[in-house]
Design a protein around this ligand. Structure first.
Ligand code: ADP
Ligand code: ZN
Length: 732
């Protein structure tokens, strides 16, 4: 009973996201989050930036009767969402103080008449009497609380006005309440549920990893060459450069201007007017570099930020996750480069000491230490970041960080070098700090060393050819890898058990060569895939067209089309409106609004440059489909499928969402090379799907779905397609 309910809901949602947004498929966990809303079950979704949280309440709002109320802290963010919704033909509005009396009345009237699907407002507005009367008169469907971590004092961005949301459940006992946030530790999650007075709340936590982000971490050199290198890799694209201080923002931005890089500054010292102007310009324009302090970013919903540079070390990995997470929200590859200075740790540390953080200080210090370890780390950045948030990533070579891309310049004989440093710590009786040890190793004539007789120890001057700065760096790396530990008030160095193994030659550390420029130009797996087959010249033309349209309508560019859609257009180069409809991200409304214009740009480009049109994208290559080993969680599902359990049953056994389990089934089919789909899809439907694949060709599911008159759900199509691929592989 419940299953068929779920299936019906899934079909309804799937139809809606295709019709209004032009999306082929749900992102991981979206369906589960949407289902909770459809069923009025209170929920809290913690998905990383870019996971597509907004769709999780927007799609159900469209599918359900009545009015959904969305609470969000920032006006700019709400305005963007409302614009985007309108561009998809969805009736949405925003109540805020900038509206005139008449505008406000009109919106209220629409809400009462049941004409609106979504109504956005700030928490202060929600709890006014006027709003209360309005909502009592309207047919309310549910509440969505965006940036829900703001309700918790334990979160990183507590907002007192959010506290009042605890009254919602009393005022509207019949409406379900759904929270959404990108970062919340277990403690914060618990607090949110409590503060929002959610009952029987379903908490969904997505993986914090962002596989489309390429992380690079390097020592900062003087000047701005390193930043310019990054910007040059992204000509014509938007990015953010974060600096620690306002002064640095000003000087960096000025230097960029001199070099002809279009950039604007942003920090709390600018007037509100200036900040707004600069932020609007960033949202509107394609190729603008924002040089900013961390004051910039909250609520910036721009999906095609292609790079985020940190000009110094951030104060915590939470902050880093948030700030770097502003890149690549559209799911396409984006680059996050952090350049840290040895002094950054002390700068932050001092700021902390001077602040009145009280009991929070110890926590802040340990957060700071974790970033320092991350900087000095030599293991996969994705794995390390995820580990910090309590998640074990099962990847060997992420293909998207400087470590895995072999861009870390490693010292060749790290064992010997490590032994020299650790044994020097031993020679000075583990009673001194890193600076002192480095001085002994370089053979310094410092008075203290001579007084202590440390110019007589066997390790004195052992690294005389190396710079003290480099020895300090290596020491930090050894600490990060737990060969040495800093203890006590004076941060004296001690040798750990692991360090003793190093001395015995049983373990080898990974140590970085003294800073040198890395090429950084090496393409990653990510960028190869998403640019494959894209006509770059056409892509640029389409981008210009998008800018024109966006400024004419006074909306940000991505409201017209995302970068992903433009790439898909420049890849497939459709020649008719029918084939244009197959583009990823093209729903009915976008087809009506922009179809003609973009189509004619594509056609004239293909004619002028003699390029073929209506290219069918290649079917998934063996690279992407077969070579990939099933993930550990998928493997757990395999015995259940072996035993003949259905997706629904397996989902229950594993305590996973059906959508997730469906993904496991596909991995199962691929991995076990199953060719017979009739266990999951009846023969009649299967034959229809086969015929459709035959006629439109294998590859993306949307054309197949359309060819089947939208009557067969995506899951079944995917199962059949995977089995056919296996059949083909078996015969070739
Ligand atoms: P979040 O709020 O989780 O950071 P957003 O809601 O801003 O993420 O979504 C990020 C981007 O992903 C947006 O451009 C959105 O349109 C797109 N998106 C969301 N869901 C899907 C989907 N199922 N298929 C394709 N694109 C999607
Ligand atoms: Zn990696």
């Amino acid at each position: 009973m419940q299953n068929s309910d779920d299936q019906q809901i899934a079909a309804q949602l799937s139809k809606a996201i295709k019709e209004f947004w032009g999306y082929d498929d749900f992102r991981p966990q979206q369906l589960a989050a949407m289902t909770a809303v459809m069923k009025d079950q209170d929920s809290l979704a913690v998905f990383p930036t870019g996971a597509g949280k907004s769709l999780c309440f927007q799609a159900p709002a469209v599918c359900r009767d009545g009015l959904a109320v969305v609470v969000s802290p920032l006006i700019s963010l709400m305005k963007d969402q409302v614009d985007s919704l309108k561009a998809c033909w969805i009736k949405a509005a925003l109540l805020n103080s900038s509206l005139s009396r008449e505008e406000e009345n009109e919106i209220a009237q629409q809400a009462r008449a049941g004409e609106l699907k979504l109504l956005y407002m700030a928490p202060e507005r929600l709890l006014t009497d006027a709003t209360h009367r309005l909502l009592k008169d309207s047919r309310l469907s549910f509440f969505a609380i965006d940036e829900a971590h703001c309700v918790s004092q334990w979160g990183h961005d507590f907002r007192p006005e959010y506290r009042q949301l605890s009254a919602l459940k009393q005022l509207y006992p019949d409406a379900s309440v759904h929270g959404y946030t990108a970062t919340a530790t277990a403690k914060v999650r618990e607090d949110i549920v409590k503060q929002l007075a959610q009952t029987n709340c379903q908490v969904l936590v997505g993986s914090m990893d962002r596989p489309n982000l390429i992380y690079r971490v390097a020592r900062r050199e003087s000047g701005i060459d390193q930043f310019v290198d990054v910007i040059n890799r992204h000509r014509g694209e938007a990015g953010i450069v974060y600096c620690i201080s306002r002064k640095e923002v000003e000087s960096t931005s000025a230097a960029f201007q001199q070099l002809g890089v279009t950039s604007l500054p942003y920090h709390a010292g600018l007037s509100a007017e200036e900040r707004k102007q600069n932020q609007d310009a960033f949202l509107r324009e394609e190729a603008l570099v924002m040089v900013a302090t961390v004051a910039f970013g909250m609520g910036i919903d721009k999906s095609n930020v292609r790079f985020v540079v940190h000009a110094g070390m951030p104060k915590s990995l939470e902050a880093y996750q948030q700030e770097s997470g502003r890149a690549g929200r559209d799911g396409l590859e984006a680059e996050c480069c952090m350049f840290y200075r040895a002094g950054d740790f002390m700068t932050w540390s001092r700021m902390l000491e001077q602040s009145d953080a009280g009991s929070g200080k110890a926590g802040a210090q340990s957060a700071l230490k974790a970033v320092a370890d991350f900087c000095n780390g030599t293991l996969c950045r994705h794995v390390e970041l995820a580990a910090y948030f309590g998640e074990t990533l099962d990847v060997k070579d992420c293909g998207a960080c400087d470590v895995c891309l072999d861009q870390l310049p490693l010292v060749e004989d790290a064992l010997k070098l490590g032994q020299k440093i650790v044994s020097c710590v031993y020679r000075v009786d583990q009673r001194f700090g890193a600076d002192y040890v480095a001085q002994v190793l370089t053979g310094s004539q410092d008075k203290r060393i001579l007084q202590n007789g440390h110019d007589k120890v066997s390790t004195y001057g052992l690294l005389a050819d190396d710079a003290k700065r480099d020895i300090r760096d290596w020491t930090e790396q050894l600490i990060g890898q737990n060969f040495l530990a800093r203890v006590g008030e004076y941060n004296t160095l001690q040798i750990t058990d692991t360090g003793r193994q190093l001395l015995r030659g049983e373990l080898t550390p990974r140590l970085l060569k003294p800073r040198q420029k890395t090429s950084g130009s090496k393409s990653t797996k990510q960028s190869l895939a998403s640019w494959e087959g894209v006509d770059r010249v056409l892509f640029e033309k389409l981008k210009n067209l998008r800018s024109e349209r966006a400024s004419a309508q006074q909306v940000p560019a991505y409201v017209v089309f995302s970068d992903a859609s433009l790439r898909d257009m420049a890849r497939r180069r459709p020649s008719t409106l029918d084939s244009f409809r197959l583009i990823n991200g093209v729903g009915q409304k976008k087809l009506d609004d922009y179809g003609e214009a973009f189509l004619s740009a594509i056609i004239s480009h293909c004619q002028a440059c003699d390029v073929t049109s209506d290219v069918k994208p290649p079917p998934p290559t063996s690279e992407s489909s077969k070579a990939k080993l099933p993930g550990a969680s998928a493997l757990l599902a395999f015995p259940h499928f072996d035993a003949g359990l259905s997706v629904v049953e397996t989902a229950k056994e594993l305590g996973r969402a059906e959508s997730t389990t469906m993904g496991y089934l596909n991995e199962y089919i691929r991995h076990q090379k199953i060719v017979d789909y009739t266990r999951w899809v009846d023969q009649e439907t299967g034959s229809k799907v086969e015929a459709a694949i035959e006629s439109v060709g294998p590859g993306p599911l949307k054309p197949i779905f359309l060819a089947l008159n939208e009557e067969v759900d995506y899951n079944k199509i995917r199962i059949v397609q995977s089995c056919l691929e296996n059949r083909q592989a078996a015969t070739t």
